[in-house]
Design a protein around this ligand. Structure first.
Ligand code: PLP
Ligand code: COI
Length: 342
């Protein structure tokens, strides 16, 4: 199950008087805020999600933490927040993983330690403007899979992200606006919403918490190109594996809602979602089904998922720089040198 389960330690760093103070670990999971803090009134909050895994030989590794650090910088800038330095971010990930190593789920049961870095504007504001002070935190939670089995999507009538809005960053406000839609989707028996582009409502974007991809009968990977979706690190990795390891043709392009019946496989990809198979997409009563000629276990999506999870669990050496240094019993550094992420 993917739900919050309090790990003992979290990292906290505060931004005051125009600079970031030294961060520290705390056992206190509560955040104390003024009632008019910018995060409470005007949703000044960005976050990230990544996982630490135990490998078969007892190491602890993280998947592409440098990419999360760099995306969080982009998110912070867009939300008028001071970016947390990327090298400090990686050190903080290292500290949180080390401190919580007792609660990292064991190798091989499909679970991991989810890490949730986030940053909030803490000073009181009443007029609409950014805060002067901020808190950067990372908490951890042992988690299982986000989805159980095959996913049912519905094309959503609400929009997720406006053109020139914040769809391409990991701002909490993007998720706030999806809460009504996801509650409604669940009530109607769907697992997730598939959003269309807000400008024309003709092209696919992504779901509330993951990017989407398709595979053709012939084995080409196709995924939406859009400036208003989150640039998923999992998707970036899947595209690279598909093309460089499996020699699959890959296409990042606009995907019209009218062509989704033509694909053989459909999947969601993300840190929480990993690679999860989509059983069907319901477009206002027109239902498209996937994995009809090939079941998931004999599909291209399965091959990609297997390769990716084997790299993440340290069973296979993936592309250079994808896994952070092992956290050994001698407590070597977990972090990658910065700059590995493109
Ligand atoms: N899209 C959205 C809206 C997400 O919340 C996520 C999760 O982080 C993703 C895509 C997948 O991104 P990543 O693979 O970097 O976790
Ligand atoms: C993640 O995959 O890390 C996310 O942030 C998605 C969220 C829906 C849990």
């Amino acid at each position: 199950m993917f739900s919050y389960s309090k790990a003992p330690y979290r990292y906290i760093a505060k931004y005051k008087n125009g600079k970031w103070e030294e961060g520290y670990l705390s056992q206190d999971a509560n955040v104390v805020l003024n009632e008019s803090a910018c995060v409470l009134q005007y949703a000044q909050c960005v976050f990230e999600g990544l996982k630490a895994y135990k490998t078969r030989d007892g190491r602890i590794v993280c998947f592409r933490p440098d990419c999360n650090a760099s995306r969080m910088k982009d998110s912070a800038i867009r939300m008028a927040m001071p970016p947390y330095p990327e090298d400090k971010y990686l050190e903080a990930i290292d500290m949180v993983v080390r401190a919580n190593r007792e609660v990292i789920p064991p190798y091989g049961d499909g679970s991991s330690l989810y890490l949730r870095p986030f940053m909030i504007g803490t000073t009181p504001v009443l007029g609409v403007k950014p805060a002067d002070e901020y808190e950067f935190r990372i908490f951890a939670s042992p988690v299982g899979p986000y989805f159980d089995g095959k996913i049912k999507l519905r094309v959503c009538d609400f929009d997720r992200a406006a053109p020139n809005g914040t769809g391409n960053i990991k701002a909490s406000l993007n998720y706030a606006m999806s809460l009504y839609a996801i509650a409604d989707a669940h009530a109607q028996g769907y697992d997730e919403n598939l959003y269309l582009d807000a400008a024309t409502r003709r092209f696919l974007e992504e779901t509330g918490g993951a990017n989407i991809f398709f595979v053709t009968k012939e084995g080409s990977l196709v995924t939406p190109a859009s400036g208003t979706i989150l640039p998923s690190i999992t998707r970036r990795s899947v595209l690279e594996v598909a093309s460089k390891v499996f020699g699959m043709p890959v296409e990042e392009r606009r995907i019209s809602i009218d062509e989704i019946g033509g694909f053989e496989e459909c999947g969601l990809c993300g840190t929480a979602a990993v690679i999860s198979p989509v059983e069907s997409i319901d477009d206002h009563g027109q239902i498209y089904r996937y994995f009809r000629e090939r079941d998931f276990e004999s599909s291209f999506s399965w091959k990609l998922r297997t390769y990716l999870t084997e790299v993440q669990r340290g069973e296979r050496v993936g592309p250079e720089g994808w896994m952070s240094q092992p956290l050994s019993n001698e407590f070597e550094s977990l972090c990658l040198p910065s700059g590995v992420c493109d």
